[in-house]
Design a protein around this ligand. Structure first.
Ligand code: NAP
Length: 534
């Protein structure tokens, strides 16, 4: 059984519905769900007409689910139970392969009888019995699943609930893992997004995708293009290894695009997910325990970003993992690798290579971006005078890396106390931003967010300070060419962009995740394409 990519057709009239059918077929839908509760002035004739249209459209006939959702369970128009049942009965006669009816309503004898009778006359067709919770988890999803099958053993149960946190998704995953029959289980909302993406890995009967952003019929639905191109849905199967970026927010992250592009290029059975982990250390820990305890999910590695980099370090320490020494010194981890899904207290099996490993690829990514542009080895940075502008997380990683190779660093920051604290820790100088006017550095590194989209006409460094014998590195990567870098080029200085650092940290993570090299050019192109789309 292969999970089908189903596209809901949610139109107010037949003309609009036909256009959506055409668009869904050309986008690559594998199944169509006709949401007849969206149709204004619904009649059984309209439904027959629409089914006939679908059956004649496209080169190969797509299977159809006909749904006329009760308004109590997310339906759009307020149609009575009798009409909704008539629509489903008519759909079966007109050749629909599936009908979807609410489990609660199926328990009402007057509704159940005509549906059962119509199914017995169309034995090739299947009944989906669905239950929704738009607020939160079901009180007992396993019992609900059993109850539905007890009432109608030949049905396909469909259980859909709102995830208020990514950790709410694990009940859905467990149900899919423990029950091998045909079933549809997923979570709504941004926190439930991964349940739609990995539905195919967990063999859910279908997963739903919209034609475009405007036509989504449920919160958290992805477009067919996102499923196919970004999340590699055609290549996913039960053996697919999972990776992801743990962040909050995560929607803007370019990491899924670059890693999935490289997995695709190398035809690797791997998938990289956006993992929205809201909350602090506790929620972060529970998420990791949840994935590690479920070995069958095949999670292998994580990129970690704001606000979880310290939690990742503490998690690795608390669970006996290996922590790269400079990551320990920086106090932040941006990469976790957990090759074996052992329970947390057994993560470190005492062997030479702990199964949980924590790294910081930011500092080496920055150093590599600098040395490759300047055409020098890391040793060449020894004694170089560097102005680091900013004293936040990225500045910390770069100061740690540069001080490790012996550069002479002065940290400039708006909040001077933060510059001082960082300078004391890494044994370097500090100064207020105003002192940049008198700087005498050969390398300037912007580690602030100044110049980042949408404030692209700002720069952290006065133009007159930039000289032709300098190299200027801007860690901001959106846009790739910041005002600071444009002004550096005008001054005849060498420029190093933030995309190089982003690509380098992506390459380092790719290597840690897969033990093979990623494609730097493909990563850069993917980033530039994503940024140009906005
Ligand atoms: P952070 O910890 O929040 O630090 C932000 C820094 O920017 C602080 O030093 C802050 O100064 C300064 N700042 C912010 N707005 C300012 C303003 N209007 N005027 C003066 N100073 C200002 O952030 P982070 O994690 O270090 O990230 C900083 C930037 O690095 C990001 O915006 C991103 O563009 C870039 N980045 C690049 C990569 C890459 O791979 N290329 C990766 C991650 C991040 P105060 O201390 O005074 O608040």
């Amino acid at each position: 059984m292969e999970t089908k990519l189903a596209v809901p057709i949610a139109a107010k009239d037949l003309d609009q519905a036909r256009q959506q059918v055409k668009a869904a077929i050309s986008a690559g839908a594998e199944l169509l769900e006709l949401r007849t509760d969206y149709l204004v002035n619904l009649s059984v004739e309209m439904v027959k007409n629409l089914i006939a249209y679908v059956k004649s459209a496209g080169d190969k006939q797509l299977p159809i689910i006909v749904t006329c959702r009760d308004q109590q369970q997310g339906g759009v128009m307020d149609y009575g139970q009798q009409l909704r049942v008539e629509v489903l009965v008519c759909a079966l006669k007109a050749g629909a392969e599936f009908i979807d009816f609410e489990y609660d309503n199926f328990l009402i004898a007057e509704s159940q009888e005509p549906i059962k009778q119509a199914l017995s006359q169309n034995p090739q067709a299947r009944l989906i019995l669905s239950a929704h919770n738009f607020e939160t988890k079901f009180p007992d999803i396993s019992k609900l699943h059993r109850d539905i099958l007890n009432v109608c053993p030949e049905t396909i149960p469909k259980l859909v609930y709102a995830a208020n946190h990514i950790n709410d998704c694990f009940e859905a995953f467990d149900l899919l893992h423990q029950n091998k029959g045909e079933r549809i289980v997923f979570c709504m909302g941004e926190a439930g997004l991964i349940s739609r993406i990995i539905a195919k890995k967990l063999n859910s009967f279908v997963t739903f995708a919209s034609i475009d952003d405007q036509s989504a019929t449920a919160p958290g639905q992805l477009t067919i293009e996102q499923f196919r191109k970004l999340f590699r849905s055609d290549c996913i199967n039960t053996d697919t290894e999972l990776f992801g970026v743990i962040a909050n927010p995560v929607g803007h992250s370019l990491s899924p695009a670059i890693h999935n592009a490289c997995f695709g290029e190398k035809q690797m059975n791997k998938l990289y997910l956006p993992l929205l982990v809201e909350g602090g250390r506790q929620e972060f820990d529970s998420f990791l325990h949840n994935v590690i305890e479920r070995k069958w999910l095949n999670f292998i590695g994580f990129s970690i970003t704001i606000p979880h980099k310290q939690s990742a370090l503490e998690f690795a320490r608390a669970n006996g993992g290996f922590v790269e020494p400079l990551a320990e010194k920086i106090g932040a981890v941006n990469t976790l690798v957990c090759r074996v899904g052992s329970p947390p207290n057994k993560i470190n099996n005492g062997g030479a290579s702990p199964t949980l490993q924590a790294y910081n690829t930011d500092y080496s990514a920055a150093l590599d971006a600098i040395t490759s542009t300047l055409g020098i080895e890391r040793d060449g940075l020894r004694g170089l005078s560097v102005a680091v502008v900013g004293a936040g997380g990225v500045a910390r990683a770069i100061v740690a890396g540069l001080s490790d190779v012996g550069a002479k660093i002065r940290i400039y920051n708006r909040t001077v106390e933060k510059a001082e604290k960082l300078a004391v820790e890494f044994n370097c100088d500090f100064a207020p931003l105003d002192d940049l006017m008198d700087m005498n550095a050969k390398l300037v590194v912007n580690c602030t967010s100044i110049g980042m989209h949408p404030n692209v006409n700002t720069s952290p460094v006065p133009q007159e300070c930039l000289k032709s014998d300098m190299a200027v590195f801007d860690t901001v990567y959106n846009p790739a060419e910041t005002l600071l870098l444009k002004q550096a080029q005008q001054a005849g200085a060498k420029s190093i962009d933030g995309v190089s650092m982003f690509v380098n940290q992506g390459l380092a993570q790719f290597k840690l995740f897969t033990k093979t090299d990623g494609n730097a050019e493909l990563m850069r192109k993917t980033i530039v394409d994503c940024l140009s789309k906005g």
